[in-house]
Design a protein around this ligand. Structure first.
Ligand SMILES: [Zn+2]
Length: 367
């Protein structure tokens, strides 16, 4: 994002001022990075209230501490809070979320970090997690994920309400494709850091379309610090050092994110794509025709090494089917339907909506 702005201003200054533009360009590239920290909720919406803890207050304290820590550790960041008191932007939650995104856009934020504490109907659910935006059709429809976290109405855009042919959606999709590797890189760092203080690492999640991430124009995440509804998370989060530790975890992630980005932004993306799965290296025999497991489908061609396929790295193939979402991403080849069904169960642990299809060469066909 910012790189594009810098590149454009370089072009402009070169064409307008000739050689003098180079100096201006150097000054521009040294510009500070901008981070927007968004403490979730705020009066009249307290977020989750659990015993003495009001989520809105808790996350505001954490956001303020993140800013403080960053101020002592680096001079290369401009850090803004969306709110510094117990007040939201707008009475309507969906408008409120959009206004937070617009605030971050106006500040030219290179990174947006929403901060929340979590809640669940089941008191046994615990751990920290970080959400990123996906506009991937299959993932978007996994709205079970929504129920798994505490949300006010308007926190999400219902996937059914999105007009996929609209210009607004196309632009949001283009932004998401560009920003997602960066958001995920940051999200992974943040999860790792938070869990180093003893919280269970639930990892990076995607699925619901967060209103604020949909309208924000750069890499952004929603951090969930832990479950206030779980006894062990609650005890940790209300312990003496927890706010400072969570703030340190987020601040460390921000610093290492920009360090990686300043080193080589291509590396950030490569790192993310490369991460795990040694077992994926083993030889796989690929049939020319047979059954395969479709993981997701997409309107646009997706890199088979994309981060979302990390569990099956090196084993995902792009096949072509019919319909608007004609790019199908598939795993495995099987000569019988029974074999494919046998493998499906494990695949569904990662790709909930995966199913068995028949293929011939590079196409999905009806059997
Ligand atoms: Zn919240």
């Amino acid at each position: 994002m910012r790189n594009i702005v810098i590149a454009l201003s370089l072009l402009l200054s070169l064409s307008l001022f000739g050689g003098g533009g180079v100096v201006e360009c150097q000054a521009q590239t040294q510009q500070k990075r901008v981070v927007v920290l968004d403490a979730g909720h705020g009066n009249p919406r307290p977020g989750k209230v659990q015993k003495q803890v009001r989520e809105a207050d808790y996350v505001l304290d954490v956001a303020k501490q993140v800013r403080q820590i960053l101020a002592t550790r680096t001079e290369s960041l401009d850090v803004y809070l969306t709110r510094s008191c117990d007040s939201s932007y707008h009475a309507t939650q969906s408008v409120d979320n959009r206004m937070r995104a617009e605030f971050a856009n106006k500040k030219g934020a290179d990174l947006y970090v929403g901060i929340h504490a979590n809640a669940h109907q089941k008191p046994t659910v615990n751990g920290c997690e970080v959400w990123v935006l996906t506009l991937n059709e299959k993932l978007m429809n996994q709205n079970d994920n929504v129920a798994a976290r505490y949300a006010d109405e308007g926190d999400f855009i219902d996937a059914k309400d999105l007009d996929r042919s609209s210009m607004g959606f196309m632009m949001a999709l283009a932004r998401q494709l560009e920003n997602e590797p960066y958001s995920r890189y940051f999200a992974e760092e943040c999860c790792k850091n938070m869990s180093s203080y003893g919280l269970k690492n639930l990892g990076v999640k995607a699925g619901p379309v967060f209103t604020v991430l949909y309208y924000f124009e750069g890499p952004g995440v929603i951090v969930e610090l832990g479950y206030l509804t779980n006894e062990s998370d609650y005890n940790y989060l209300t312990s003496k050092n927890a706010k400072k530790e969570m703030a340190t975890a987020i601040a460390d992630a921000i610093i290492s994110y920009f360090k990686a980005l300043d080193g080589n932004s291509a590396e950030v993306v490569a790192d993310v794509a490369q991460e795990p799965q040694q077992e994926a290296q083993s030889e796989v025999k690929v049939l020319d025709e047979g059954y395969t497991i479709q993981l997701i489908s997409s309107m646009h061609s997706v890199d088979v090494n994309d981060y979302q396929f990390k569990s099956y790295k090196g084993k995902v193939r792009e096949l072509i089917g019919t319909g608007k979402y004609k790019y199908k991403y598939c795993y495995g080849t099987y000569s019988t339907s029974a074999e494919a069904q046998g493998a499906l169960k494990e695949v569904r642990a990662t790709f909930k909506d995966a199913y068995v299809v028949y293929f011939k060469g590079g196409d999905i066909v009806k059997k």
